[in-house]
Write a protein that binds this ligand. Structure first.
Ligand SMILES: [Zn+2]
Length: 272
């Protein structure tokens, strides 16, 4: 089943569980060959409609490219065309605003996800979790990087590696090393926590202190390794990289004053 179909099922999950005439739909799907006899039995042996429907929805997601249309047809045949309309409407809605171009696992349900959101391409490093229908859904734990921020992350890779090495060998003179990706997103390599932390910072309006926010994710070194492994696939998913350069590399920024005045490079307006 296509991702957009799975997403539509997931978004309408509660409604589907309430309104699907599950026994009849299962009958249809068996007749059209989408469910085997065995799967039909498995679903129908559940004690109630709720658990039958739950299992039906998770089962059809593994039943090939025609399962979604088959499911919709079965619903329409059973007088549930409004439900199908709802399902399909949510699909077009979603695909217009948000589309994932790539979803690359780096371990423990953390993914590097290239997504388009309102015409803007972002690269997420984000923890996902499986919902009750066994579909991966994003959690709040993670960070969304702009293309420029991702480019800087790539650019700093050797220095970050170097910092990790210094922390591991315990030869660093400082407790942590940070790399600014722009707009207050920092990569931090720390002596005490053996992780690479990618996180948004912001300035508290009252005390003008720069503090870490919850928008971020800490990667163990093995996940950092895996993240580096996604660079080629991310590049492939983002042809726009050819036409974007981080402002820090622009001619304009050779002038230090310009750089200090840049809200991307110096978001908190710090002096030199
Ligand atoms: Zn700048």
């Amino acid at each position: 089943m296509q991702k957009e179909n799975r997403d539509a099922l997931q978004r309408n999950y509660v409604k589907l569980v309430k309104e699907t005439p599950v026994d009849l739909v299962v009958g249809h799907l068996y007749q059209t060959g989408i469910l085997t006899d065995e799967l039909r039995e498995e679903i129908l042996q559940n004690p109630n409609t709720y658990s039958k429907t739950r299992q039906l929805i998770s089962t059809i997601q593994r039943r090939g490219p025609h399962a979604f249309d088959g499911f919709c047809t079965a619903l329409i045949d059973e007088g549930k065309s409004a439900l199908v309309h709802h399902l399909k409407a949510s699909m077009t809605e979603k695909s217009e605003v948000s589309k994932d171009r790539a979803m690359l696992p780096i371990g423990d349900d953390i993914f590097v996800v290239v997504s388009e959101w309102c015409d803007k391409v972002l690269v997420h490093i984000r923890k996902y979790e499986k919902n009750s229908a066994a579909i991966y859904v994003p959690t709040k734990k993670g960070v969304a990087l702009t293309l420029n921020q991702w480019q800087l992350l790539e650019m700093y890779v050797n220095e970050i590696e170097d910092a990790i090495g210094q922390m591991i060998d315990d030869v660093s003179e400082v407790p942590e090393m940070t790399f600014h990706l722009g707009k207050g997103v920092y990569i931090t390599v720390n002596k005490i926590y053996p992780t690479v932390d990618v996180r948004q910072r912001w300035m508290t309006p009252d005390t003008n202190q720069i503090v870490s926010t919850k928008k971020g994710i800490s990667l163990t070194y093995d996940k950092w390794e895996a993240l580096k492994g996604t660079f080629p696939a991310v590049r492939e998913a983002v042809p726009e990289f050819e036409n974007t350069i981080p402002c820090i590399l622009s001619d304009d920024h050779q002038n230090q004053e310009r750089m200090l005045n840049c809200s991307t490079c110096n978001p908190f307006g710090e002096p030199l």
